[in-house]
Ligand binder design. Sequence first.
Ligand SMILES: Cc1ncc(COP(=O)(O)O)c(C=O)c1O
Length: 428
Amino acid sequence: MRRTEFIRSMAGLLAAASVTPGMARGAARPETAGVPWPAVDAGSEGFWKFVRDQFPLTTERAYLNTGGLGASPYVVIDAVKAKMDELEKISEPGHDDRIWTDIKSAAGALMGCDAEELAFTRNTTEGINIVANGLPFRKGDEIITTTHEHVGNAFTWLELQKRTGVVLKFFEPSTESQQENLDRIARLITTKTRLVSIPHAVTTTGLILPVKAIAELTRAKKIWFFVDGAQTAGMFPFSLHDIGCDAYATSGHKWLLGPKETGLLYVRKEMLDTVEAKFVGAYSARDFDLQKGTSSLTLSAQRYEYGTVSIPLRVGLGAAIQFIGRIGIATVWERDRTLSTRLFRGLKEIPDVRVLSPVEDGMRSAMVTFMHTKLPHTDVQKHLDDYNLRTRGVSEGGLAALRISTHIYNTPEEVDRVIEGVRSVKTK
Ligand SMILES: Cc1ncc(COP(=O)(O)O)c(C=O)c1O
């Protein structure tokens, strides 16, 4: 880039920053910031108002796309900024095993695994890539997945198929019966099946798949089992050891409410040597000797991490896990589910609306998806936009629908606005 172009592009960036001065300088704190937390009470709107006030998120627009990206609370943003300020004063990277282990221990406590089984990643997609490229597949090996995958768990496997000759096989996830989902997977299994790779909560309909039962099936057949957990960490409680999958990838920047570009990859202890670390460097290494030509990987999942990373982002992820833990993941789930059930029931009553999410409570997550039978989903989305409602269009799995995520910063009033907005859409 020439000097004049550089100056012009920097001027552009500065101008962009100045249109959002509040954000650039730190938004004003609500009264409750610094005030001691009230007792956690999932049934108290006062408690949830307190929680809502911990976010700089605007109240002018209802943000209903946590499945896409979560909003961070002040404590997360402050933790990132404070660490960055601290490190930039001394220009040090701030790499610190003790801090990393503390954050992974907290994440392990939340997700039911050991700190040594977790690697920091940039996002779920990176975790999927580490697993897809690290497993020792051979040409002709079969991989089972669903027809409703997010691009992150679709593109990775499609490219692997192209490069290595593995064969992808698909099943349509049933929103009606978990037994049917198990049967559909079982019917695809052959002697060549090496892996089942499915989401814990499906991105399209929010369906929660029966991962524990699937793990029992794959274990019995000696098939690896990978779970795409992009939509689950921070939404509801689960234990990875209890599920019994071989690997699980999640994002820090969705339901966990952490900084953007944070994620975690779980690889079961016994699988660490099977999922080969393909990208390695500083922090993957236990020791190496260039003269002797020897090297060995760290014994933990840290082997999947390499090179300089952003410590402020990791510290922010730690603050986010702490924030979720302050409320309690069971309470978070109770709130998220109360809101999504209210939405589900409200949408069900609207003529010309088809709700695509499961009817059975135990199969439904905090993402509810619906379509209008007489209008394209893009028209409905535009109409809801005018109501200041941020929704997400769903095109995966051949759907043309809208998805609404409800998390702890959302309110019953916002849910009612969605219902009212959908009800008021004109069919001409
Ligand atoms: C099921 C699923 N997998 C993977 C991803 C990708 O997540 P990330 O962008 O954090 O890698 C998403 C994102 O929405 C998702 O819903």
